[in-house]
Design a protein around this ligand. Sequence first.
Ligand SMILES: Nc1nc2c(ncn2[C@@H]2O[C@H](COP(=O)(O)OP(=O)(O)OP(=O)(O)O)[C@@H](O)[C@H]2O)c(=O)[nH]1
Ligand SMILES: [Mg+2]
Length: 451
Amino acid sequence: MNDTIAAISTSLGVGAISIIRVSGNDSIKIVNKLFKGDNLENVDSHTIHYGFIMDNDIKIDEVLVSIMKSPKTFTAEDVVEINCHGSIASTKKILELLLSNGCRLAEPGEFTKRAFLNGRIDLLEAEAVMDIINSKTEKSLSLAVNQLSGGVSNLIIDLRNDIIKTLANIEVNIDYPEYEDIEQVTINMLKDNVINIRKKITEILDKSKDGQIIKNGIKTVIIGKPNVGKSSLLNKLLDEEKAIVTDIAGTTRDIVEGTITIDGIVLNIIDTAGIRKTDDVVESIGVKKSISLIEDADLILFILNNNEKINNEDLEILEKIKNKNSIVLINKMDLESKINIDKIENNNIIKISALNNEGIDDLKNKIKELFNLEKIDQKDYNYLCNARSISLLKNCLDLLNNIDEGINNNVPIDMIEIDLKEVWNILGEIIGVNYYDELIDQLFSQFCLGK
Ligand SMILES: Nc1nc2c(ncn2[C@@H]2O[C@H](COP(=O)(O)OP(=O)(O)OP(=O)(O)O)[C@@H](O)[C@H]2O)c(=O)[nH]1
Ligand SMILES: [Mg+2]
């Protein structure tokens, strides 16, 4: 952490401006060596300076240099940002000069990692930086910005405070065992507190499902037998002729994807090969893919043809999707109805005609209803939304269930204290109060270079 790092922070391509960021003890000194203009070592913090980056006597580029001195900077170290003209040649050349004058090339995410290690942001906030960069909708951006502002961290910090208070009460019990009734009082208090903490965690976990939807969108898969109109539906939803539609059964062989936004939430839609038994090698791979996609979909749109009777293959699929979020679409409502609808055991049935663009709005409304999208809209954006912290919080819930059971079975109070301390530790891991080096390295390596 003592070395000074540098990287290009903007995407490398032709643009009006590129930014090269430098962070570390020597950042001002190193840039000053290359800079023709004010003496940067004598300027105030948070000021911008006009001049040239020089390679000895050769002018490399006309630049604006921002000087930001520790600690009020992104990394909490001295940071210099060089705004140069956005040509690939000048940006690369400036980086090269920085590297040959004492900087080391930053690893992906290293600036944010330093911000975390220097205590300027916690781990949830650091992860939010990455989410801001990756956000595709206004909602996912709000979610990430809220997380960066500490909204989500506060939920975890509050829980830790609740636990600390409970632990302090247990200590009193252990320190003054001579008071006869104190043990019973402590156990009653402990039970109430554990139930209360467990309730709060359950609420955060319930809400986190919405958080994941805002962040990752709803993974939607369109399935059904060949020729029922899956690709036609995809095209209607996307309002674009993306997938090939023909009256030949088995037209779609590989998956076709597209995205739409409903109430600010992204729907990632996948059109699949019609499911049927087939000897065609290519088609049968497609069919296998379709079936495997069902497993990790958030929503399944299962299409049936209004003009045909339901057969055993359809019933098999209906059985497969029984316990999943699914909507059964009866397509081709413009044709004569031959379908035996009473065979369908699913509460979400919508009648459509993909050909005539009928019922598509009903489908969208059903999706809003299933995922409570209108409710998400009115909510605050304090959701826990990344897989790492959600899985840690689930561990806490398991431990609290054990503790509760332990209290009921008169497990000694010092044993319970150990488990409760573990919950406190795991919550600390979520915000990065305690962490493992490998986890930190792995986490920040997912960032882009220069962040
Ligand atoms: N009458 C009518 N025909 C439709 C409707 N929707 C789709 N079709 C027709 O049904 C045929 C098959 O449509 P596709 O969208 O290719 O069906 P698919 O389910 O993707 O078929 P595969 O890719 O072969 O599995 C085409 O000729 C469509 O024009 C509808 O609502 N009404
Ligand atoms: Mg198709």
